[in-house]
Each structure stands twice: as structure tokens, then as C-alpha cells.
Design a protein around this ligand. Structure first.
Ligand SMILES: Cc1cc2nc3c(=O)[nH]c(=O)nc-3n(C[C@H](O)[C@H](O)[C@H](O)COP(=O)(O)OP(=O)(O)OC[C@H]3O[C@@H](n4cnc5c(N)ncnc54)[C@H](O)[C@@H]3O)c2cc1C
Length: 520
């Protein structure tokens, strides 16, 4: 049985293996028996930067005089038997891919249809979008193999621990190529440069075990018979009979919401959040969070997590990307959208984060209209596109100028490569958003003195924080409330927010479907 050893040390000590070995011996009372072999490895690691003296909370697994067992047993994905039951999955984001992997463990054949391209081809479309503002509406930062999470920071922490097996998702990610650090760090992340290979490894596993993935295959219609979906239409031409259909199309597939609405399937407006992406220099965030110290080989690029209440509404930082870049995340013509990503080393000179205001259906005239939040999201994205010159450039304002309500004359450099245009953001945000953002910045400046500075740039809009529509389902069986063989899951349906929770919803959904299939 391995022993657990916990202690607190400095960041430098945490990187010094000889020190750690000696310290573990001391903690175990073995310092005088240096002939005893120790095998040890990190179990958990977190940074405590509350005081000037920054500390690492360290936890180790230790085996005395024998070897530690491997951290976890990799999942074996056996080749499917002949004539397996089949599940059709729409969308190859984290939810669709993890549902497919889980289906294989249950002897069910997953067939995925994904509107976008594979990760490599997708990368070329992202380059065109960034360099020449050419948007491919089927292959972009939100659509394509791996879904919205592929070209992201790959942050893996989740608040949805109660919803399912976070550990299993992390272990499978390690099995497919992520560093074991994600099993150790309190705030694990993978990085944009590492995610595509990992997604490719998942794809290869699905295919090797007998599943199918079809890229550039977009769900365009559904044929209902009684309370079931009998057939799906792909790319407007191909009709495919289905027995169980998982919908994992993410928060940006507006055509899917419109399709379901046209079929008279129930949808509900859902609260989401909208605001802007704020970028400081990473050196500034490091110095605030690390009490004047810079991030270095011992300390990662610092992050922040901020929240306040303004006029009874939450305003908070969202998807903070230390050492990251702001990306153009539009999916349709006539809009601009920002989000952020970071490479695994988080070594860019910028630190960006969404700062967003909670938006409720009751903010609109007709809160029972399922599209009221989505229409508002679309309207702001379009306003920003119009204001900044109808390209992928975004409206921007220096942070201090935003707070003072002044158009910016001059900007520091921005990481947003398509470019920024000076706009007073009062022109694009309605007062109930603008005023809350403004007050939140003032509150955040109290918590992080210096946060309000004209060396920081506010880029608008940050609008794809979660789905503005809920597709209702039975909470126990995950079946759509009206259509029994239809399973709306993860972020697009309103049941997840982030890579890990989306993957968990995919795993859980297959458990539900497997039970139904066994009885048929
Ligand atoms: C730039 C960026 C950075 C992010 N950073 C992080 C992060 O660091 N950590 C984190 O947890 N989350 C992050 N997110 C959010 C995260 O990516 C999503 O929460 C997650 O991907 C949701 O998973 P999903 O499977 O539900 O949907 P998605 O990942 O959105 O996948 C849906 C898939 O369905 C496909 N699809 C849509 N319509 C159709 C159709 N009609 N037919 C066929 N296929 C269709 C899409 O092309 C897409 O591939 C980021 C998002 C972006 C855009």
C-alpha cells in the first residue's frame, strides 16, 4: 500500500528532485536509513500565492522498498463484434468523441457525423480566418474535429464534479497523449499545440475499434415518425435510418436550434453570459498575483478568477488564458466573436480573459420565446461586426477609457491578429451590460489594484460562453422530452460548460442508452 506524504515547500524546492527525495524521507522518519529505496511521484500540486512567500502545496505517493504501481489502468477498446447495436452521434466535440469511446466499451458501434473538417485541414481554415478574414462557416474555431475545445487553452478544471467521473475523463486524455501533469495539477490544462494530436489519437482509436467518423457531414434535417426520429438527412442529400441519435452539436450550431424549432420540438431560452475579452500583459498579471515576482521556470504564468455582483447580477471572469492569444471565433457571416487560447507553456506575453455579465431571458420583452437570448447574442455580435468595419476586426477600447466612457486614441499591442478598431463600446453594448461591466472593472481594480489601466485592451464581444438555448431532456434517461430515441447532450443542449463537463455528459449519455439497448 503506497503512503501519502504531504508538505508545503517553495516553488524552487518543488522542482528539485533531490530535495523532494530527502524531504519525503524526513517526513516518513527515514532520514537516517538512506539505504532504503524510495519510489515516489507527485499526487497533487497547487500554488498558494496569497502571501509574498509563494508556496507549493505538495502531495506525494510513496512506496518504500518497492515500485509504485502504474497510476491507472489504460482502458482497452476491443474490436466490436459482428452486427453490433449502433448509436449515431452528431458532432465530434469532446461530448461526441467521449460518447463514442464509451459506446465502444459497451460493445455499441458509434457512427459520428461532423460538419467540420479533420484537425489538420481545419488548421488551414483557421489560418485563413486570422490572416485574411476569410470565414469558413463549416470549419472554424467552433466547428470541426474536436469541437470548440480543439484550439483552446485546454483548461480541464470543472465545477461539475458531482455530475460524473472527472478522473476517468482525465485518465483517458492521458491515455491519448496528455501529460500526466493533468492528473496532478489543481488547475490542469493541455494547450492548443498539444490538443490536435490528442484528438487525432482518439479518432484513430474509435476507427481501429470499429467505429466510424465522417467529416464534412452536416446534419441538415430529421424525419420523425410517431415519437421517434426515423431518419436523419446529411448534407441535404443522404438519408440515414437511425435507432438512437445523440445530438452533441455545441453552443454555436444555431441552424440546429432552428431545425428543432421547425420540427416543433420543445426548446427553452437559457441564461448565458456576455461581455468582452480583456487583455493585460502577462508580466503585469504575474507581478500582481505573485507580489512583484515574474513567472519563470518555477512558477507558471499567473491567472486570475474574479467575480462580483452588480445590480443583482453576477459579473465574472470567464475562460482566463494566461500566456494566451485572443482568437476570432465567429461561425457565420456578419458577426465577430472573441475567445482565447494558450499554448501548453503559456508563454505568450499576453493574459486575456472574458469578463461577462449574466444574461437572463427576463431581460427581454418575451422571455418565453426560446430564441430571446440567442437573438440578443446574435444582435451584439452583428453590431460589433458592423461597428468595426464588417471584417474579422473587432471593436476595442482601452480599459481605463472604457471606465471613463472615452473613445481610445492609442492602443498597446493586442494579440488579436485580425486587428482591432477603436470604438466607444457604449455604442455596441446596451446600458444593462455596459454599466455592469464598468462597475465590475471598478470592483476588480479594488481586488487587483492596477487592473484598470490603458495598458489593457477590452475586445468585444465575448458572447459564446454557453448555450443561450436549452433542449429539454428527461434528467434520468437523457431522452428528449418529446422524442424518445433522441438524446440532446452537453454544451449545445445546455447540460455542460467546458471540455470536461461536456465529455462527462457524453459518457453518461451512453450509460443511459446502453440500458435501453440491452432491453431491445
Ligand atoms: C477558443 C475557445 C477556447 C476554449 N477554451 C476552453 C478551455 O480552456 N477549457 C474548457 O473547458 N472549455 C473551453 N472552451 C469551451 C469548450 O470548447 C466547450 O465547452 C466544449 O468544446 C463543448 O463541447 P461539446 O462537445 O458540447 O460541443 P463542441 O465542442 O462545440 O462540439 C460540437 C461539434 O458539433 C459539430 N456540429 C455542429 N452542428 C453540426 C451539424 N449540424 N452536423 C454535424 N456536426 C455538427 C461542430 O462542428 C462541433 O465540432 C473553449 C472554446 C473556444 C471556442
Amino acid at each position: 500500500m503506497s503512503k501519502i506524504v504531504n508538505f508545503v515547500c517553495s516553488p524552487e524546492e518543488a522542482k528539485n528532485t533531490a530535495y523532494l527525495a530527502q524531504r519525503i524521507r524526513e517526513e516518513l522518519g527515514l532520514e537516517y536509513s538512506t539505504e532504503t529505496n524510495l519510489d515516489f511521484r507527485w499526487r497533487k500540486r497547487s500554488i498558494d500565492a496569497r502571501q509574498k512567500q509563494i508556496k507549493i502545496n505538495a502531495s506525494f505517493e510513496v512506496e518504500i522498498a518497492s515500485k509504485l504501481p502504474s497510476r491507472f489502468s489504460p482502458q482497452i477498446f476491443d474490436l466490436l463484434q459482428d452486427n453490433p447495436k449502433v448509436v449515431h452521434i452528431i458532432g465530434a466535440g469532446p461530448a461526441g468523441l467521449f460518447a463514442a469511446l464509451q459506446a465502444l466499451t459497451q460493445g455499441i458501434k458509434p457512427i459520428i457525423f461532423e460538419r467540420g473538417k479533420d484537425v489538420r485541414a481545419r488548421r488551414r481554415d483557421l489560418a485563413k480566418l486570422t490572416r485574411s478574414h476569410e470565414l469558413n462557416t463549416e470549419s472554424n474555431y467552433c466547428f470541426g474535429e474536436g469541437g470548440a475545445g480543439t484550439y483552446s487553452d485546454g483548461k480541464l478544471y470543472t465545477r461539475s464534479k458531482k455530475r460524473g467521473d472527472v478522473q476517468k475523463v482525465l485518465e483517458w486524455l492521458v491515455q491519448f497523449g496528455a501529460s500526466e501533469d493533468i492528473l496532478i495539477d489543481a488547475h490542469p490544462h493541455i494547450g492548443t499545440n498539444k490538443l490536435p494530436q490528442l484528438i487525432e489519437a482518439i479518432r484513430n482509436q474509435i476507427i481501429d475499434a470499429g467505429g466510424e467518423i465522417h467529416f464534412e457531414h452536416k446534419l441538415t434535417d430529421l424525419e420523425l415518425e410517431a415519437d421517434k426520429i426515423a431518419r436523419i438527412e446529411i448534407n441535404g442529400i443522404q438519408l440515414i435510418p437511425v435507432s438512437s441519435l445523440i445530438l452533441a452539436t455545441g453552443h454555436s450550431a444555431r441552424d440546429i436550434f432552428e431545425l428543432l424549432h421547425s420540427k416543433k420540438m420543445e426548446l427553452r431560452a437559457k441564461p448565458f453570459a456576455l461581455g468582452a475579452r480583456v487583455e493585460h500583459t502577462q508580466a503585469f498579471i504575474d507581478s500582481l498575483q505573485y507580489h512583484g515576482r515574474a513567472s519563470d521556470e518555477y512558477l507558471p504564468a499567473a491567472s486570475y478568477s474574479l467575480v462580483t455582483q452588480v445590480n443583482e447580477r453576477g459579473v465574472y471572469s470567464f475562460c482566463m488564458c494566461p500566456g494566451g492569444i485572443i482568437a476570432p471565433c465567429a461561425t457565420s457571416e456578419g458577426e465577430v466573436v472573441t475567445n482565447g487560447w494558450s499554448p501548453s507553456k503559456r508563454n505568450n506575453i499576453y493574459a486575456n480573459s472574458g469578463i461577462v455579465v449574466g444574461i437572463e431571458p427576463t431581460d427581454f420583452k418575451n422571455p418565453t420565446d426560446p430564441f430571446c437570448c440567442l437573438n440578443f447574442q446574435r444582435e451584439i455580435e452583428n453590431k460589433c461586426w458592423m461597428a468595426a468595419g464588417q471584417t474579422q476586426k473587432v471593436p476595442a477600447q482601452c480599459l481605463k477609457d472604457f471606465v471613463e466612457g472615452k473613445k481610445s486614441e492609442d492602443f498597446p499591442r493586442s494579440s488579436y491578429q485580425p486587428g482591432i478598431v477603436s470604438i466607444n463600446l457604449k455604442e455596441v453594448f446596451p446600458p444593462f451590460v455596459y454599466d455592469r461591466l464598468r462597475q465590475a472593472f471598478i470592483d476588480f481594480d479594488q481586488k487587483m489594484p492596477g487592473f484598470i489601466t490603458n495598458n489593457a485592451v477590452v475586445h468585444a464581444p465575448e458572447s459564446r460562453t454557453s448555450s443561450p438555448i436549452l433542449i429539454p431532456r428527461n434528467p434520468i434517461t437523457f431522452q428528449h422530452t418529446q422524442v424518445s430515441n433522441f438524446y440532446p447532450i452537453a454544451e449545445g443542449a445546455g447540460y455542460a460548460g467546458g471540455i470536461v463537463s461536456a465529455a462527462i455528459d457524453g459518457l453518461n449519455c451512453i450509460e443511459k442508452i446502453a440500458k435501453t439497448l440491452i432491453n431491445t
